[in-house]
Write a protein that binds this ligand. Structure first.
Ligand code: SF4
Ligand code: SF4
Length: 92
């Protein structure tokens, strides 16, 4: 049986030069829940000791979970990557 890690290793990314997700650190500083950290299946949000989070968009699965899970309006600006960019899958 194929494991989740094996399936995830079949994912390839072509990052949009213009980030398709932007996180507002000032809004995050007021957030104590940090739901994005546990909700993102790709683990792209990392909490810092100053209360903010570091985010990298390059290996995003485009699932939208962070946008739904975030409880702070305006913290996440989300769109799909431009044409030809973003997540792609190949046969294992
Ligand atoms: S993105 Fe949303 S859930 Fe994550 S730390 Fe910022 S405000 Fe909180
Ligand atoms: S869209 Fe999904 S994979 Fe991308 S950053 Fe948000 S939760 Fe993570």
């Amino acid at each position: 049986m194929t494991t989740l890690q094996e399936r995830l290793s079949t994912v390839r990314f072509r990052p949009d030069p213009e980030p398709h997700i932007v996180v507002d650190g000032d809004v995050c500083r007021e957030c104590s829940l940090h739901a994005c950290v546990t909700a993102c299946p790709a683990g792209l949000f990392t909490p810092l000791s100053d209360g903010t989070v570091v985010f990298s968009y390059e290996e995003c699965f485009e699932c939208g979970t962070c946008y739904v899970a975030c409880n702070r309006e305006g913290a996440i600006r989300w769109r799909y990557p431009g044409g030809g960019y973003g997540v792609a899958f190949r046969d294992a």
